[in-house]
Design a protein around this ligand. Structure first.
Ligand code: ZN
Length: 369
């Protein structure tokens, strides 16, 4: 089978690079539509506006309505048409970027992502995740191409919430775990082929970078300082993870993470994507009969050390019953599930058993530290 690798056209990362945004946008067009929420606009708006002004661009600013829904996609798309925007720029977190990406595709204009937090790998990917008005996960779309430009200002990321940074490590930590499973099962990647050697090495590098520098980077972000560890982990969370998951493969960790979004108790806790995926990783480790026990423990210990959830209690699911999780098991065993990207058959019972085993393992390892 053919191998396919997909990637953004240009990736820029560093302290203060946001002030260069206008120069990069100028490579693509003249009238950028910038989608952001009011919090992000207050934080970085003056820098973005000054940069676009210096580059002679006519900026069209649009405030995000708060959720990545089909209605928001249509609303922002219509505003882009009316304004004759030729670039769709998402500035902020994953949901804003996902809508901006869809608008770029719908309006056939350039696509630019400017993540202000490194909470997931959406910025580099060609995918958008959709939710309904009640914040339930609905589906995801894969676009024909990745963003034309991804620009990450590491000082902005380091100034942001530590929790988002850690959640990004949860999302990125899953990349190798899932890519390895999907590779062994000869599964097709999201790009529509088998993984290249480059994708496998990128996924592995992502994993090793996190284990080596993740804890240091978390401490540094708590101080809002930009260090080599922070730079390495931002690259892992945003670039390596994005390239790795799309051109490598996904499996059970993301299936569990996505399905936890629809559990009311998890919603009530307002968990981030990477936090739910973090529990999905532990579940997948408990599902895999070839998993080395020491490696399994070391991955769980790393999650605990940086503060990712590894137990039902941390997901607001303390005392959850098997019946309450049955829908997750059924979806995992159902058609189109990412759980089929393993070199063994996965049933609903296998998944439910693995979830309870994951919770027990998580509690056990927490007691050890
Ligand atoms: Zn993810």
């Amino acid at each position: 089978m053919k191998k396919v690798l997909i990637a953004p056209r240009k990736y820029i990362q560093g302290r203060g690079v946001l002030s260069e945004l206008g120069d990069y946008l100028k490579l693509l067009g003249q009238r950028p539509l910038v989608l952001w929420d009011s919090v992000v606009k207050d934080l970085v708006g003056p820098t973005v506006e000054a940069s676009c002004r210096r580059a002679g661009l006519e900026l069209v600013a649009v405030e995000f309505a708060g959720e990545a829904t089909a209605a928001e996609r249509a609303r922002v798309g219509a505003l882009a048409s009316q304004a004759h925007a030729d670039i769709s720029v998402g500035v902020g977190g994953g949901k804003v970027l996902d809508v901006a990406k869809a608008v770029a595709v719908d309006n056939r204009i350039a696509m630019v992502t400017v993540p202000t937090i490194a909470s997931n790998d959406s910025p580099t990917s060609a995918a958008s995740v959709w939710y309904d008005e009640q914040h339930n996960f609905v589906t995801f779309d894969c676009w024909p191409f990745n963003p034309d430009i991804v620009l990450v200002d590491t000082q902005v990321v380091a100034n942001g919430p530590v929790r988002a940074f850690v959640a990004g490590m949860g999302d990125a930590l899953s990349t190798w775990v899932e890519t390895e499973a999907a590779h062994k099962s000869r599964a097709q990647n999201i790009a529509g082929g088998r993984p290249t050697q480059a994708a496998l090495m990128i996924a592995r590098l992502c994993f090793e970078t996190l284990l080596e520098h993740g804890l240091d980077a978390k401490r540094d972000v708590e101080l809002h300082v930009v260090t080599p560890a922070v730079e390495k982990v931002v690259e892992a969370n945003v670039l390596l993870s994005g390239l790795g998951f799309e051109s490598g493969g996904l499996a059970t960790a993301h299936m569990i993470g996505n399905l936890l979004s629809n559990v009311p108790a998890c919603q009530a806790k307002g968990l981030m994507h990477g936090e739910k995926v973090a529990f999905g990783i532990v579940t997948q480790l408990c599902l895999d009969d070839e998993m080395d026990a020491d490696e399994k423990a070391s991955i769980v210990d790393f999650e605990i050390a940086i503060g990712l959830p590894v137990t039902f209690a941390e997901l607001n699911l303390a005392g959850v019953t098997r019946a309450q999780l049955q829908a997750i098991g059924d979806a995992c065993a159902g058609p189109g599930s990412l759980c089929h990207n393993h070199p063994f058959k996965v049933t609903a019972d296998d998944v439910l058993d693995a979830m309870f085993a994951a919770d027990a393992l998580g509690r056990h390892r927490q007691e050890m530290v």
